[in-house]
Ligand binder design. Structure first.
Ligand code: GDD
Length: 370
């Protein structure tokens, strides 16, 4: 790699004549003020406004600025991947051209990677982050996309952010094949990384020009998520695989709990002669204990020499969450049967599914948060 540059700033562009000169100037200013030797790569999809001549003019004057004009496979994410390939330093940062991402935060990303993180992510959804001046429709779409992304990467508050930095090794041999806008999801799903940090930022809607986000972009996103899941299943590696393994294990443990519950209910009622509701109370509690033990030792792998009090704390949390799950199951069963007129066994399936989702999500984030 070049010893000359210690940061490559990649700016994907399509029709950014109003912003491009200003963003290049701002990136150059902030980097030179902070002692960062940065190269700037503008990766343009053959814009039909004046973006290309403007950048060509800057390239003539500034030797750290390069322009890549792409003629095929139009797309924001594809452009960023081309930027990764052309970059000449070990730290790669992606930023929009339209000042939605504050360039003054670049040194924090740079320092985060130098400090040991593999990926530094600009987050709009953590404390200190925000979005300014977005229409309600755009907010809803973004929240939906982010929620979906968090199913795959639950620890990351903004896995669809377009403002991030990454260590070169993370993407170097990764089979990135993104479509659409969510390049970070591709990097998280297929790149080789262990650690990440999030840096809060306020996303400002573009000052000039308009967003190029279209319905097709959202369909691309869904396709991309399926591709990431498929990749993780076939390669059995990465954070998505780890997460899905947990979901599967949680499901297996849940099934074992059903057997414990049913078996005990039968034995206590039929063999020991207890009243069936008394048997049911014992059976439910025993299945909760069963599920806790297996989830603690296997699903979330919290074995080892952990203090008894911490395990007890987790057990109490699991117990409370399970009760919540039971209530959700009963409520859905009741509503679907009484209000929706649905056959009770089908209604119960919906209840079990909702309770499972609740139990997994809440336990994942609270009971076994580390
Ligand atoms: N090369 C290239 N090709 N660049 C593109 C293309 C394209 O097809 N489409 C957009 N860009 C560039 C724009 O010129 C701008 O620099 C940047 O990508 C963002 O484009 P916008 O169209 O303004 O994006 P946005 O504001 O809707 O989306 C932003 O926020 C999303 C999070 O909600 C981006 O940062 C996304 O990456 C991010 O996911």
């Amino acid at each position: 790699m070049s010893e000359r540059y210690n940061l490559s700033v990649i700016i994907p562009t399509f029709n950014e004549e109003e912003n491009i000169a200003a963003i290049i100037g701002a990136v150059n200013d902030v980097c030179s003020k902070n002692g960062i030797q940065a190269e700037i790569l503008v990766v343009d999809d053959n814009s039909n406004d004046r973006t290309i001549p403007i950048v060509q003019d800057i390239v003539r004057r500034c030797e750290n600025v390069r322009l890549i004009v792409r003629m095929n496979d139009h797309g924001l994410s594809q452009s960023v991947v081309d930027g990764f390939r052309a970059a000449r330093s070990d730290i790669l940062l992606v930023i929009d051209a339209d000042f939605s991402h504050p360039p003054e935060l670049i040194p924090r990303f740079y320092e985060a990677i130098r400090g040991g993180a593999d990926i530094a992510i600009g987050s709009r959804y953590m404390k200190g982050g925000d979005i300014e001046e977005w229409p309600i429709k755009r907010r809803i779409i973004s929240l939906g996309a982010t929620a979906f992304g968090r199913v795959l990467f639950p620890e990351i508050t903004d896995p669809v952010s377009g403002f991030f930095a990454v260590r070169r090794e993370v993407v170097d041999r990764a089979p990135l094949a993104p479509r659409g806008y969510k390049i970070l999801m591709e990097v998280l799903g297929k790149g080789r990384w262990r650690s990440f940090v999030e840096i809060p930022f306020v996303f400002r809607d573009r000052a000039e020009g308009e967003s190029k986000l279209r319905l097709e972009t959202m369909l691309d996103y869904l396709r991309q998520c399926c591709g990431i899941i498929w990749f993780s299943v076939t390669h059995r590696t990465g954070p998505v695989w780890t997460e899905w393994t947990k979901i599967l294990r949680f499901g297996v443990v849940g099934l074992s709990g059903i057997f414990v519950n049913m078996g005990l209910l039968y034995v206590l009622t039929e063999v020991a002669g207890l009243y069936y509701l008394v048997s049911a109370a014992f059976a439910i509690e025993t299945s909760i204990v069963n599920n806790f033990i297996w989830n603690d030792l296997w699903t979330f792998n919290s074995g080892g020499r952990l203090r008894f009090t911490r395990r007890l704390h987790r057990f109490v949390s699991f117990q409370v969450v399970s009760m919540g799950g039971l209530a959700i199951n009963m409520l859905i069963l009741y509503l679907l049967v009484e209000v929706g007129g649905i056959y009770y066994l089908i209604a119960n399936l919906a209840g079990i599914f909702a309770a499972f989702a609740w139990n997994f999500m809440v336990n994942r984030h609270f009971t076994w948060k580390n």
